[in-house]
Design a protein around this ligand. Structure first.
Ligand SMILES: [Zn+2]
Length: 245
């Protein structure tokens, strides 16, 4: 029996039968990965308090079957503080839902994994969750290849302070200034929001805390990503509804 090992964050859990759990992780080496933890509901030593949503784990598994078997889990970080604040918990639930919707098996991206760890830790620190989510979302869609073009108006190729508000057009992932607008779009962005998001795109994760969003910029940006996600997936993920702006 070939034993393997990987790290990962639990992004989904379901009970299976009386004693087992089906566990989905996002792993920096395997991408989205699902295995079964047999006897997980009874085995105190191997699994208790480890197989929980948001837990960062090291697991040992064997993959001789179509559904790999998780033999053991070691807890790296439970992200327990997420459970003490309803809004931070729901924001983290949305993060897990996005990873389930957008990532695939055998398609790993260590940078995407770093984004996942970054947002969970940030939400654990009980910083303003809205701002943390905006910064996560801009990095997340960029890694997926859907980086919105926020540098200039897509029509006149300019970005001028007086040419806002801008409209975001999800079909092209671009903004159009007030003068060039012909089509309507539900998502309006102030010049301030556009500039903050553009800065977030180029800053590394460990420098993102330099940016300060006003409440209105945070709301505009969250509305943008909700709209963009619904357009790209052609459906609305249920956890978006719990995100209050
Ligand atoms: Zn324009």
């Amino acid at each position: 029996m070939a034993l393997q090992r990987t790290a990962g964050v639990v992004i989904h859990l379901t009970d299976y039968g009386e004693a087992d759990k089906i566990v989905t992780l996002y792993s920096p080496t395997l991408g989205q990965w699902t295995g079964i933890a047999k006897g997980a509901k009874r085995s105190i030593k191997r699994f208790v308090n480890k197989l929980e949503l948001f837990s960062h784990l090291d697991i040992d598994y064997s993959d001789q079957y179509a559904l790999p078997i998780i033999n053991q889990a070691e807890l790296i970080n439970s992200h327990l503080a997420l459970r003490q604040n309803y809004q931070n918990y729901t924001a983290a639930t949305l993060v897990c839902e996005l990873f389930r919707s957008w990532t695939h098996a055998n398609d790993h991206d260590p940078q995407l994994f770093s984004c996942l760890i970054w947002i969970l830790e940030r939400l654990c620190q009980h910083h303003a969750w809205q701002e943390a989510m905006v910064l996560f979302l801009i990095k997340f869609y960029s890694r997926l290849g859907y980086q919105p073009n926020l540098l200039v108006c897509a029509t006149c190729q300019r970005l001028e302070n007086h040419s806002g508000p801008f409209r975001f057009q999800a079909s092209h992932g671009e903004i159009v200034c007030r003068k060039c607008q012909s089509a309507t779009s539900a998502v309006m962005l102030s010049i301030n929001t556009v500039k903050l998001l553009s800065k977030a795109l180029v800053l590394p994760l460990d420098k993102l805390n330099r940016l300060r969003f006003t409440p209105s910029s945070t709301n505009e940006a969250l509305a943008l990503f909700k709209h963009y996600d619904r357009y790209l997936l052609d459906r609305e993920g249920p956890s978006w509804n719990f995100i209050k702006t």
